[in-house]
Design a protein around this ligand. Structure first.
Ligand code: DX5
Ligand code: ZN
Length: 216
């Protein structure tokens, strides 16, 4: 299982130390949550934080854009050191999705398409072959520390069946309220990657919490 701790839950007064702890851990990626206060009712951080992250991180930066008009910013996030850039399907017009994915791909960066819990997984089907990853939100995007929505597991199972049926290499990532209790169920349903904020950073040991998710 790929584990992507979300630095949204880190102590930003000691960002370099937090990233160092992730560098030294079994984490695979570092998940970077960008919120604009418009697409979601919260504001996190943007380009200025990409700079120290890119300098300190020895793990790929998995950027999750919770913003309107991602087409205006995806290339800048690629240039800022993103290894993967994802945006929300419901944030853009359906005839724009492929063009925005192309902007990311043209930068040599991996693509991800995301849906909130109220968006049916069927909306992702036309794009499964053109993205490297789909991200199933298991809480409504906007805040760390929310409770996992169990119905997300069925969405993962549905997408896994469709991806396997078509023989695609597309990965499935799950984000929101992920912990050692639901990680096993998500693995069973066919998830490849798990994002975890509070269950990693609020744990007594970041390292142990990441291992617990990996081995769940
Ligand atoms: C929610 C973010 C998540 C969040 C995960 O809007 O996209 O990545 O930081 O945090 P936890 O694991 O605490 O739900
Ligand atoms: Zn996220």
């Amino acid at each position: 299982m790929i584990i992507a701790p979300s630095i949204l839950s880190a102590d930003f007064g000691h960002l370099a130390d937090e990233v160092e702890a992730l560098n030294a851990s079994a984490a695979d990626w570092i998940h970077v949550d960008v919120m604009d206060g418009v697409f979601v009712p919260n504001i996190s951080f943007g380009f200025p934080v990409m700079e120290p992250l890119r300098k300190c991180a020895r793990k790929p930066l998995d950027v999750h854009l919770m913003i309107t008009h991602p087409e205006k910013y995806v290339e800048r996030f690629c240039d800022a050191g993103a290894w993967s850039v994802g945006f929300h399907l419901e944030a853009v017009a359906s005839d724009e999705v492929s063009d925005i994915l192309s902007l990311i791909r043209a930068k040599g960066v991996r693509t991800c398409l995301t849906i909130n819990p109220d968006i049916p997984a069927e909306g992702l089907l036309p794009h499964l072959a053109e993205v490297d990853m789909v991200l199933v939100m298991s809480v409504f995007a906007g805040f760390g520390g929310q409770k996992f929505i169990p119905e997300s597991i069925e969405k993962v199972r549905f997408l896994r069946q469709e991806i396997n049926r078509r023989g695609l290499p597309t990965l499935i990532e799950v984000d929101g309220g992920v912990n050692a209790q639901n990680a096993g169920l998500l693995r069973e349903a066919g998830a490849d990657a798990l994002v975890a904020g509070s269950s990693v950073f609020k744990a007594p040991s970041i390292q142990d919490a990441i291992l617990a998710l990996k081995n769940a």
